[in-house]
Design a protein around this ligand. Structure first.
Ligand SMILES: [Zn+2]
Length: 241
């Protein structure tokens, strides 16, 4: 059983550390920066052995080089990461990679960026989705279409309900406010907004989320087709809560 912890960095990014207690291996997912991630691993007594990137954005790759210099960790990610970083292993749809003694399968989920990928750990029941899905929300469409993003969300939402979803940012409160606006009669959304407010008031993180929670409370997942999704995404882009 892998242990996963969040390292909050920058304004609202999460770097995820995936640790295998038996081998001692630890992977860092989307390190925005190096030093806070190295410090967090050291505080746990963990040795960083691998870096995984979901997409090329600098707030997900900025720590690659520093972590590699300090630890020798190889960097795995989609081809697009070459725009901003050295990369040791380029992966694509269906590739199976070994991570901290477990296996992850790579999904291509383009739309936020053209080469965005996810890492799905089927045996562990968890998926790292970067900036594609957030709790009650989804990523902006910088390099892809609404239909692509809608298909990505449906693919994730088709996983078993108890699969844990690890996202790249703490956007839950803002997303919950938009979700309340999009579905004013949805009691599950109202309850989740209240729960997120309580967690954030205590300085706690609201992730990971689960597939079951997103099916109930994420308006972008609940959209019945690509057109409805596109309308919601456009509305959210200019929404002020
Ligand atoms: Zn991004």
């Amino acid at each position: 059983m892998l242990e996963v912890v969040a390292v909050p960095v920058l304004t609202d990014n999460y770097v995820w550390l995936i640790h295998d207690p038996s081998s001692g291996e630890t992977a860092a997912v989307d390190p925005s920066v190096a030093d806070p991630v190295l410090d967090a691993a050291a505080a746990k007594g963990w040795r960083l052995t691998q870096v995984l990137n979901t997409h090329w954005h600098p707030d997900h790759t900025g720590g690659n080089q520093g972590i590699q210099s300090a630890t020798g960790s190889p960097i795995t990610g989609p081809d697009e990461v070459r725009r901003v970083s050295k990369i040791d292993r380029i992966v694509a749809e269906g590739d199976r990679i070994s991570v901290a003694g477990s296996e992850a399968v790579v999904w291509e989920i383009p739309a936020h960026t053209a080469g965005h990928i996810a890492y799905y750990f089927e045996d562990e029941g968890m998926i790292f989705v970067g900036d594609t899905m957030f709790a009650m929300g989804c990523g902006r469409l910088f390099e892809g279409t609404a239909q692509q993003m809608y298909s990505n969300l449906q693919r994730i939402a088709a996983l078993p309900g108890d699969v844990r979803i690890y996202c790249g940012h703490e956007y839950t409160l803002a997303n919950a406010r938009f979700a309340t606006h999009a579905e004013p009669g949805n009691q599950a959304i109202a309850e989740r907004l209240a729960a997120a407010q309580a967690l954030r008031a205590n300085g706690e993180i609201t992730l990971p989320t689960t597939v079951a929670q997103e099916r109930e409370t994420n308006p972008f997942v609940r959209a019945t087709n690509g057109e409805e999704f596109a309308r919601l995404r456009t509305e959210k882009d200019s929404f002020r809560s």
